[in-house]
Design a protein around this ligand. Structure first.
Ligand SMILES: *Cc1c(COP(=O)(O)O)cnc(C)c1O
Length: 369
């Protein structure tokens, strides 16, 4: 059997009875939108992250748009973010009419460099959006301190990091507001698009909840501009089942990452780097990402050995055609551009057996020779 990049089938088989019965329950009660599973999931997500308020939404993209709308970020405002992320991070800033200001990454963690943030602040800066890339949170203490000093909002793009921790805080609960994604390939995925937003701020929560429902304060009474940003009841049912073994899944991902790290530790080749998790942090390993000198050659050899790989991401956001034209980058982002040329992710998923891990490790070692 060929190795998948992620294996959702085995996961489904392990959870089949719970997923099937929860979906059947929704089909039986028929409340496909705003059904009881929605609040049940939100209560569990809030408890799991230690956040006061959790709000499910239609996607990880909406989980960024809705907080920005609620905070009144719009035309004339600047939002500082990393240059190196999935495009939704910059896209959502543009969608609310604000201007993304891209700054460079720490080349070791691939996350936003706090020193670069401070240099990019202007009178127009309204918010900072750090991304917890590959499952590891950014330098939240430094970022929150900068935000406090300059009176800025911090919105964590936690699309890849549900369940990760920074000191005693969980991802999405380490700043004013955080948004995650339940896209199937994310660490906690549903069976379609989905997301959730987290905050401890009651006023912000209420505003975001209204925005999620067409800006309605009550039924057919619209006090603000909103979106249709709800998460379907069936997706909530799937997530309730998946949440049951999620902590085990994260531990499995961690074990596989440890196995990879140990196997690759002795490799001393210029340009080769294994992922680095900073002290006081845990990653949920959304991706296990290496940096290699000659990536195309390396990837070709992996493919020939039957090992799939993926590149997150082959271009920085401001180097994407539309963004290059409409949101030109003013800052030095050389670390981001270097990462875009050299990173490559290996398969990692909770149900991966040791034989598969061994095969992947052997292919990596051989490809580097
Ligand atoms: C996946 C992702 C998003 C968007 O999430 P969707 O659910 O696909 O809308 C945003 N930011 C980052 C960093 C992501 O990886």
């Amino acid at each position: 059997m060929s190795i998948p990049f992620i294996d959702l089938k085995t996961q489904y088989n392990a959870l089949k009875s719970s997923i099937d019965s929860r979906i059947q329950k929704v089909l039986d009660h028929g409340a496909y939108v705003n059904g009881p599973e929605v609040v049940e999931l939100e209560t569990k997500l809030a408890a799991h992250t230690g956040t006061k308020y959790a709000l499910t939404c239609a996607s990880g993209t909406d989980a960024l748009v809705i907080p920005m709308m609620a905070l009144g970020i719009g035309p004339g405002d600047e939002v500082i973010t990393t240059a190196f992320s999935f495009i939704a991070t910059a896209e959502t800033i543009c969608l609310v009419g604000a201007k993304p200001v891209y700054v460079d990454i720490d080349p070791v963690t691939y996350n936003i460099d706090p020193n670069a943030i401070e240099r990019a602040i202007t009178a127009k800066t309204k918010a900072i959006i750090p991304v917890s890339l590959y499952g590891q949170m950014a330098d939240m203490d430094e970022i929150n301190a900068i935000a406090k000093k300059h009176n800025l909002f911090v919105i964590e793009d936690a699309a890849q990091s549900y369940g990760a921790s920074y000191k005693d805080r969980k991802s999405s609960n380490a700043s004013l507001v955080g948004g995650t994604s339940f896209f199937p390939a994310k660490p906690l995925g549903c069976y379609g698009d989905g997301g959730a937003i987290f905050t401890n701020d009651e006023k912000l929560f209420k505003a975001m909840k209204e925005i999620r429902e067409h800006g309605s304060e009550s039924r057919y009474y619209h006090t603000r501009l909103g979106v249709n940003g709800r998460l379907d009841t069936i997706q909530c049912a799937v997530l309730l089942a998946k949440l049951e073994r999620y902590d085990w899944e994260v531990a499995q991902r961690q074990k596989i990452a440890d196995t990879y790290n140990k196997a690759f530790a002795a490799i001393k080749i210029p340009g080769f780097a294994v992922p680095m998790i900073k002290a006081n942090r845990t990653s949920v390993w959304a991706q296990y990402t290496l940096s290699v000198g000659n990536r195309s050659e390396f990837q070709k050899k992996l493919t020939e050995a039957g090992v799939p790989s993926s590149i997150h991401y082959p271009r920085t956001m401001p180097d994407q055609p539309w963004y290059k034209e409409n949101t030109p980058c003013q800052n030095d982002i050389s670390n981001s551009r270097h990462a875009a040329e050299h990173v490559i992710s290996l398969p990692i998923y909770p149900d991966m057996d040791t034989a598969t891990q061994d095969k992947i490790i052997a292919a990596v070692v051989a490809a580097l020779k």
